[in-house]
Design a protein around this ligand. Sequence first.
Ligand SMILES: COc1ccc(C[C@H]2SC(=O)NC2=O)c(OC)c1
Ligand SMILES: [Zn+2]
Length: 261
Amino acid sequence: TGLQWGYGEDNGPSEWHIDFPIAQGSRQSPINIVTSDAVYDPDLLPLSICYDSCTTLSIFNDGHSVIVEFDDVDSKTVIQSGPLQVPYRLKQCHFHWGGKNTHGSEHTVNGKSYASELHLVHWNAVKYKTFAEAAVAPDGLAVIGIFIETGDDHPGLHQLTDAFYMVKFKGSKAVFPGFNPKSLLPKSLHYWTYPGSLTTPPLYENVIWIVLKEPIKISQKQMHRFRLLLFSNEDEDRLPMIDNFRPPQPLKGRKVRASFC
Ligand SMILES: COc1ccc(C[C@H]2SC(=O)NC2=O)c(OC)c1
Ligand SMILES: [Zn+2]
């Protein structure tokens, strides 16, 4: 079997186009957001995030990131309005981060990288029956990106970082009840939005990106918990899970809209 994609020298983002030619497509993510080029769109409605009755199922290390999976059997946890035509149902959230605080986010703002970036992944459950079906459909996915920088301790994140020891190794999964990602949202829901793609293979170009302007802050200790996770499983040489981010991709004429001025 072919070399599994990853974030290393031989299997990293610059090689992905070999197995996934769409990597060089016309609407790839992430991008560098040039704030002066973002067009304020007064028709963009405020984002509506309805996470009150959210059911967390598990926490999982898939060898690329740490993923929190939510119960998506009904539309009790959705985002709607904003740039969206219909409600999108929350499926999972995961993170990208660096080995140092100077980099780690996928999107950048005027060339600035953040230490980490949280992705909240949603799917169009109005048109599609399952996440898998939506994940390959043109209007299937909407992902909220939230920048993370180091600073004060983040009370809402402890439940998550305290559980990382259970999923240190690739392939490990644990029951993880009672977490609500609402606690990870910044005060402002001002956002940039643009048409993009998955940021990992298969890199499908079917994501409505919603990137929040306001970063959240987590402590250095909480940041270090992320860096204790491993890309490798129990039998392999230890590979710290760090720098699991794709760098910004060409805009290729796309317009980035801002919900704020
Ligand atoms: C086949 O369906 C997939 C595959 C991978 C991801 C995760 C990627 S996409 C993103 O924004 N960040 C990531 O790491 C996905 O998420 C929507 C959906
Ligand atoms: Zn992601």
